[in-house]
Design a protein around this ligand. Sequence first.
Ligand SMILES: [Mn+2]
Length: 318
Amino acid sequence: MSLEKIIKAIKENSKFLITSHINLEADALGSELAMAELLKDEKKQVVIVNEDKVPREYLFLPGRRKIKQPKGNFDFDVFVVLDCSDLNRCGKVKDLITKGKLILNIDHHRANKRFGQINWLEPDSSSCCEMIYKLYKELNKPIKRDVAVLLYTGILTDTGSFRYPNTTKFTHRAISELLQFKLPISDIYYRIYESIPYSDVKLISQILFSLEKDISGEIFYLVMNREILKKKRSHYDLTENVLNFARSIRGAKLIILFKEIHPKEIRVNLRSKEGFDVARLARFFGGGGHRTAAGCTINKELEVAKNLVLKKARELLR
Ligand SMILES: [Mn+2]
């Protein structure tokens, strides 16, 4: 089993570099930091390297100060990639891999590209943090309070606060154990979801103003154009916010956000409700993701990209 192979690789090696995907969020950070603690407990040498800085809303995560950026040399034998479906999603950190390094790929994305020598993939796990929790259990390692905060936060965000279908009885059992520490759950929620800068709330209102209903009546879409993106000052993720809001529309099966990154580079974010598989739609345009959350990039003008995606979406919805 691949989990056993991961454990073997941990036991047999001594220097580890941990990384995750760009656009850092709680599951990436939580699993990196919890994994680092586990390896340190095994008396290993560990460094976490990310291309991105830790976003403001996650500055409360214990241990985040130790995270480095990909500058200079790092001494390691094993390259541990967490919560990352594709090695390219590691950004510049990928360039640190040299010949002879062992790559461990630990992930829960269904479309994972199996880029590691050892691939421990659990598409039915709610989050990578849930997998790291399993690793602690498998190694019989006690979970300390700081690690509980990390794992809780990653599971919280990847399950959409325990409401997505990836939430299982195993998830709740894990959470129940983590909550033995009386974690500051309200404070964690507040820091992540209720600390939006005023200027971003104004931008959200502009994006929501663009909301349209497709002729199918089941597809709703929004546009974040150049004008809005240029006004963006903070690192707060508007995408998640507007998509979550649009998901709450009665009768919505598919939500699409078109982001005009450049005049001919349109990032398309997809969310679904009631079973529509958005990963399939994303793959058609060279992207990927989960059944309920996926994305792709189309190198065409906004209106062209919009029409292409909507046409294909209607086709798949039928
Ligand atoms: Mn994740």
